[in-house]
Design a protein around this ligand. Structure first.
Ligand SMILES: Cc1ncc(COP(=O)(O)O)c(C=O)c1O
Length: 397
């Protein structure tokens, strides 16, 4: 029996047909399988591996931290250097109001913590969220998803959630003095890369200020240079009350965070204390890896090159089957005529050696979100594989 059989026999599956390559190692923009075949990674583990795989600075930080210590105590009791240093490094790059970091283990947990903080701080319970938002898979984060298809089977959901259409300014009157918070992805990811309409985020900010609701930005997918700026909100000049991060935050290790002001964050630690507790939140290995990746991202030219690389993809991805190309930096949705075509493209491109993926809420699109460190020639190679695949599908091969 090969190792492959164990994957299907003993690993719980999330779908009837996983992409399933038997990955054994990864370096830079390539993932290698058991047979030694190399795959060009055009999705970066869904916007996680922004510096590619096995970056030497990250590996070295993990090695050194592993020799110092691993888990010591539940989050929040002991000072741990990787946590404190990473929190300080993040605060230095953020507006002054975002200076206090609560580290957790994942994006979903960061959303849970942020929603709880908003309810505690405001004393209100209503949460406004948007259609086709993806914020995670735990009960609370799933309840704010704004998609009936994926949540129907798990009802009753967390109560008090109001779902509005994204980018529709006419509905923002529904944010009222009863609203605890408005949770939004500044650029919607799983909806198929939908940037905010002009004035949308500004109006959200204004409406939150008028009503006393907190504004929460979920930058789990858009953070750490993905959109060409360190965080997408910096593109639009709108500062949230709570910023939610994960994915690339940990440099390839599991890590999430929600970041706010000391005053807002204080509501979790007083009357009663222990408003959110987590054993592994801010694990020292994850913080060491994340900090090393973060420093490298800031130090290098990687973020400055995002727009130029994105332009290359926009120019390359032209084909009769392509209906629309949407992007924010190196986060791309390529719209095709239907879901069946998108399904075929991802699977056939994988056979040809390029990894891509679909979107949760846009079945007719496929995703390109490579490591930001990808070179222009590697990008061209990836795009060529997608174009060749599209052409084969078009001619019915
Ligand atoms: C925008 C956004 N928020 C939250 C999450 C949930 O993060 P996690 O899978 O780490 O729980 C995701 C994951 O894809 C995401 O894209």
């Amino acid at each position: 029996m090969g190792k492959d059989d164990f994957f299907f026999r003993h690993i719980a599956q999330t779908s009837p047909a996983p992409l399933h390559i038997q990955a054994v190692s990864a370096r830079g923009v390539y993932i290698r399988d058991e047979q030694g075949r190399e795959y060009l990674d055009m999705v970066a583990g869904i916007s996680v591996n922004n510096l590619g795989h096995g970056h030497p600075a990250v590996i070295e930080a993990v090695r050194q931290q592993a020799e110092r210590h691993l888990h010591l105590m539940v989050y929040g009791e002991f000072g741990q250097v990787p946590q404190s240093e990473y929190a300080r490094a993040l605060a230095e790059m953020l507006p002054p109001a975002l200076s206090t970091v609560y580290f957790v283990t994942s994006g979903s947990e960061a959303i849970e913590g942020a929603l709880k903080t908003a309810r505690r701080y405001t004393g209100r319970y209503e949460i406004v969220t948007f259609r086709n938002a993806y914020h995670g898979s735990t009960m609370g984060s799933m309840s704010v998803m704004g998609s009936d298809r994926y949540t129907r089977a798990y009802r009753p959901l967390v109560p008090g959630v109001r779902v509005l259409p994204f980018n529709d300014l006419s509905r923002l009157e529904e944010i009222t003095p009863r609203t605890a918070c408005v949770l939004v992805e500044p650029v919607q990811g799983e909806a198929g890369v939908i940037p905010p309409a002009p004035g949308f985020l500004e109006t959200l900010r204004k409406r939150c200020d008028e009503t006393g609701a907190l504004l929460l930005f979920d930058e789990v997918q858009t953070g750490f240079g993905r959109t060409g700026r360190l965080f997408a909100f910096q593109k639009y000049g709108v500062v949230p009350d709570i910023l939610i991060l994960a994915k690339a935050l940990g440099g390839g290790l599991p890590l999430g965070a929600f970041i706010s002001s000391p005053e807002i964050m204080r509501s979790l630690s007083h009357h009663p204390p222990l408003g959110h507790i987590t054993t592994f939140g801010g694990h020292p290995l994850s913080c060491a890896a994340g900090l090393a990746a973060f420093r490298e991202l800031i130090r290098s030219d990687v973020m400055n090159e995002v727009e130029q690389k994105a332009e290359l993809v926009r120019k390359k991805m032209q084909h009769p089957l392509i209906q629309e190309v949407r992007n924010s930096g190196l986060l791309f949705a390529i719209d095709l005529p239907n879901g069946e075509t998108a399904e075929k493209v991802v699977r056939r491109a994988l056979e040809k050696g390029a990894i891509s993926d679909w979107f949760l809420f846009r079945e007719e699109a496929f995703r390109i979100s490579p490591p930001l460190t990808i070179t222009e020639s590697e990008l061209e190679k990836g795009c060529d594989i997608f174009l060749e695949t599209l052409e084969e599908i078009r001619i019915g091969k």
